[in-house]
Design a protein around this ligand. Structure first.
Ligand SMILES: Cc1cc2nc3c(=O)[nH]c(=O)nc-3n(C[C@H](O)[C@H](O)[C@H](O)COP(=O)(O)O)c2cc1C
Length: 110
């Protein structure tokens, strides 16, 4: 099961900003398709339940934005998802990971 099918069937979507501790795993996820592979298992990402949701998120998440899917559109080789934000959770203990130089580097913004 991948994120796209979950979102379309349950109308539930969670966007996360990953924590700096899982930078290598995030790069691994960003440079491979999850169509036929379990990227969570392959990259050894520890997951946790998110309150009020059936979707798990990485333990090392700085921010998790829980959304309800309003509509989606096929736009060529991508889907465009339009969502309502239901809840935003943040973890003070994590350092937010940002992409630099396109997606060539992942590290905190400092
Ligand atoms: C750190 C990072 C690096 C990425 N690098 C690439 C890339 O080199 N080429 C690419 O087509 N998409 C890249 N992406 C975009 C998407 O992650 C990529 O389309 C997605 O992992 C495809 O997996 P999916 O088929 O499971 O959606 C990157 C994303 C991130 C977060």
């Amino acid at each position: 099961m991948n994120g796209r099918s979950v979102g379309k069937e349950t109308k539930e979507v969670i966007l996360t900003i990953p924590g700096a501790e899982i930078a290598d795993a995030v790069m691994g996820c960003g440079t491979a398709s999850g169509r036929d592979t379990d990227k969570i298992a392959k990259n050894g990402i520890d997951m946790q339940e998110m309150p009020g949701s059936g979707i798990r998120v990485p333990v090392h998440s700085k921010v998790a934005i829980r959304c309800s899917l309003k509509e989606y559109h096929e736009t060529g080789d991508h889907y465009l998802y339009i969502c309502n934000v239901e809840e935003v959770l943040a973890n003070e203990a994590e350092e937010a990971l940002f992409a630099w130089k396109g997606y060539a580097e992942l590290r905190p913004a400092k």
